[in-house]
Design a binder for this molecule. Structure first.
Ligand SMILES: [Zn+2]
Length: 443
């Protein structure tokens, strides 16, 4: 019997990680005799949710297990949440969902909406009841939403893989020790088979900065590729365990079809086709902001300081430029702002400048004789009251194309440029032997 266990929201800003609890569970399930039907699902949910703890990740494990052992599997799950859940944090409200058999279509659709919008707990609970699933929620039970979304996140379209390695508990909270040179060499050796390993200057991006148990994670196109990365990166501290996930990271799964400015909703991701209507301005802190409009309204668009050199692209915009903006919608003092995650420059406006006319007699340069007074030739002295400034097109410091913030400012769901055109159709591949490992727990 195929069993799915979805899990969400056990972490807090001060520690923990839902994926770590899932990795511990996977080990216990293997000990119970479980046969995994797929890689664990690592599903990133709507990154603009106000209730998220950190990365807004939920996880689902899918496996076959003897009916006699299924009670033990459930018990193990609940015990792990009790032990590792960061219950003290207001925003930590763990949820677990158990489901037997195939995943119902409407649960898959619910999952897709949880990535793209804000969904309600009552919606999730209605689905759970209708399909006879079991769910356990702690505190305000909000984690049930993500847990159900993970169950429905069967990733039948585009997907990527990530190997996550975890630290020995005694090192949690300490500085992470990974040989940076081996990260650069791995990045070079694996080419486009993995992504976002290093930033524009070659500094490793694979280690998180928080107090969570993750040592590093490598994202890529196949399980083989991220497993190879694991063998190439040298950790300078013990790796307690690793697990390879199949994920919607790096797929732009949070973006749907373009919407009108009038239809924007706070906390949702949005794609908007719009025209620039004001020149970009730099605010305190280095944030860059401009106004854009479509036939339904106007909205602020912002590129924040951490987006780095992306702001040079934004600075080069002028009124009249045509854009497709990919953003998170934020509401500040009753005004909606598009927090830009990605931008396609579709059309460039003519940047018109005006210069003094040339002398009609000798071709020399002319100077103004005053407002509306015409021009006088500096070379031959010819005067002409009828002459006016001459328009010309200034060269644009911008080309049409797709632009992203610096890599360290990417959202987990942001599709890197090198993935464009490499999107996968669902093609389940057999699980590789090294999908899970426990290096420091040898028997
Ligand atoms: Zn002249």
């Amino acid at each position: 019997m195929l069993l799915h266990i979805g899990l969400d929201d056990t972490d807090s800003p001060e520690g923990g990680c839902t994926t770590y609890v899932a990795a511990l569970l996977a080990e216990r399930l293997l000990a119970l005799g479980a046969e995994f039907a797929d890689y664990p699902t690592l599903l990133r949910l709507n990154p603009n949710t106000p209730w998220k703890t950190r990365g807004n990740a939920s996880v689902c494990l899918r496996f076959h297990l003897d009916e006699a052992r299924q009670g033990d599997a459930k018990k193990a799950m609940l015990q792990l949440v009790d032990t590792y859940g960061e219950f003290w944090c207001d925003n930590t409200n763990p949820g677990v969902v158990f489901h037997f058999g195939e995943v119902p279509q409407e649960v898959k659709e619910f999952s897709d909406r949880t990535v793209k919008q804000i969904v309600s707990l009552s919606e999730a609970e209605a689905l759970i009841e209708r399909h006879g699933m079991a769910a356990v929620g702690w505190k305000n039970r909000r984690g049930i939403i993500g847990a159900l979304a993970a169950v429905g996140g069967t990733l039948e379209g585009d997907h990527t893989y990530e190997v996550l390695t975890y630290r020995a508990p005694e090192n949690w909270g300490q500085e992470r020790r990974v040989d940076a040179e081996t990260v650069r060499r791995m990045d070079h050796a694996l080419g486009d088979a993995t992504f976002n390993n290093v930033d524009e200057e070659g500094h490793p991006l694979i280690t998180p900065h928080g107090p969570d148990p993750v040592l590093y994670g490598v994202r890529g196109e196949t399980a083989d590729a991220v497993y190879r990365a694991l063998t190439l990166v040298k950790a300078l501290e013990p790796v307690e365990r690793w697990m390879i996930y199949r994920s919607n990271q790096g797929t732009d799964a949070h973006f749907g079809a373009p919407v009108k400015v009038r239809e924007l909703k706070p906390f949702n991701p949005a794609v908007v086709d719009a025209k620039v209507v004001s020149s970009p301005e730099t605010l305190q802190g280095g944030h860059v902001i401009f106004r854009a409009s479509d036939d339904s309204g106007e909205v602020d668009c912002a590129a924040y300081e951490p987006t780095g050199s992306f702001r040079h692209i934004v600075w080069a915009l002028i009124p009249g430029d045509i854009l497709r903006v990919y953003a998170g919608v934020r509401e500040l003092e009753d005004r909606l702002t598009l927090n830009i995650e990605k931008m396609e420059v579709i059309g460039l406006a003519d940047d018109v400048g005006y210069m003094n006319p040339r002398c009609p007699e000798c071709g020399g340069s002319m100077e103004s004789m005053g407002q509306g007074q015409g021009y006088r030739c500096k070379k031959c002295g010819h005067r002409d009251r009828g002459l006016v400034k001459v328009p010309f097109s200034k060269p644009r410091d911008l080309k049409p194309g797709v632009y992203l913030p610096d890599r360290d400012a990417h959202r987990h769901l942001t599709k890197p440029l090198e993935r464009c055109g490499r999107e996968k159709k669902y093609a389940p591949s057999p699980m590789i032997d090294g999908w899970i490992g426990f290096p420091t727990r040898s028997p």
